[in-house]
Design a protein around this ligand. Structure first.
Ligand code: FES
Length: 151
């Protein structure tokens, strides 16, 4: 008489089911996780700081010059006018968001993308920009320059 007892432990079929199930699950996870990370960007703690203290001393900035700095995660431009006044503006062109720069030859803030010009009050004076640059408040406190949003 043959021995009709069932094998002890997991059968071949249950092992294959487990193996295929976990392999398919791992495969799906390896595909879906990166896709979900791509489609749902992580929360980025964007700085909305209303004030920034620059690492430049006021007497290091020559008249008729400008330099870019970062303000609330966006480019901004600090200008010392030919008359010696410090001014700051958003450096994001109001046309198509290129970063502007200072042109000492014409004492303008200039956008190289489409030849947009802004005067030293930030007003759009030439080219395609439709509106002025956002102006910031500049305070020179001793050896520090503090730039803040206007109230
Ligand atoms: S983006 Fe500045 S002039 Fe077009």
């Amino acid at each position: 008489m043959a021995d009709q007892t069932l094998p002890q432990g997991p059968s071949r079929r249950s092992f294959l089911n487990w193996f295929l199930g976990t392999t398919a699950g791992a495969f799906l996870f390896s595909v879906l996780y990166p896709v979900s990370r791509y489609l749902i960007p992580p929360e980025v703690g964007e700085s909305t700081a209303a004030t920034v203290t620059l690492q430049i001393k006021p007497d290091e900035i020559r008249p008729n010059t400008g330099q870019i700095f970062k303000f609330a995660n966006r480019p901004a431009i600090l200008v010392r006018t030919p008359a010696g006044e410090l001014r700051a503006f958003s450096a994001v062109c109001t046309h198509l968001n290129c970063t502007v720069q200072y042109r000492p030859d014409v004492s303008h803030i200039w956008c190289a993308c489409h030849n947009g010009h802004f005067d030293l009050t930030g007003k759009n004076v030439e080219g395609p920009p439709p509106r002025p640059l956002d102006a910031y408040v500049v305070n020179a406190r001793g050896s520090q320059i503090v730039v803040s949003r206007s109230a």
